[in-house]
Ligand binder design. Structure first.
Ligand SMILES: [Fe+2]
Length: 103
């Protein structure tokens, strides 16, 4: 996660639902990074730098994996948030088990 995401996280730190907002921001920022690295691939290719393009493609795969992980866990994080805030039924572990059962 880069500086922009960290700054955004700091702005959200004061909010009661910071965990959710930071999750959403992180998810969005992963796609920002993916778009940026895709653009860098084109620039590297046009500059004739195959190694930079290769590294950028490798990073894109990592960013896509992180975005997928976040996407797969947003509902679980929300379930646990509800429990921690006292709006859920059961314990965070129970919510996790229920959320994982739905995946
Ligand atoms: Fe990232």
């Amino acid at each position: 996660m880069g500086l922009a995401a960290n700054v955004q996280a700091m702005f959200h730190a004061m909010a009661e639902d910071e965990v959710l907002k930071n999750t959403f921001a992180s998810y969005a920022f992963e796609y920002f990074e993916i778009a940026s690295y895709k653009s860098l691939c084109v620039l590297a290719r046009r500059a004739g730098d195959a190694e930079v393009e290769r590294v950028c493609r490798e990073i894109i795969r990592q960013e896509e994996a992180m975005a997928a992980w976040l996407g797969d866990h947003i509902e679980q994080i929300t379930e646990e948030y509800l429990v921690v805030q006292g709006h859920g039924i059961g314990t965070p572990a129970a919510a996790r088990t229920e959320a994982e059962a739905r995946v």
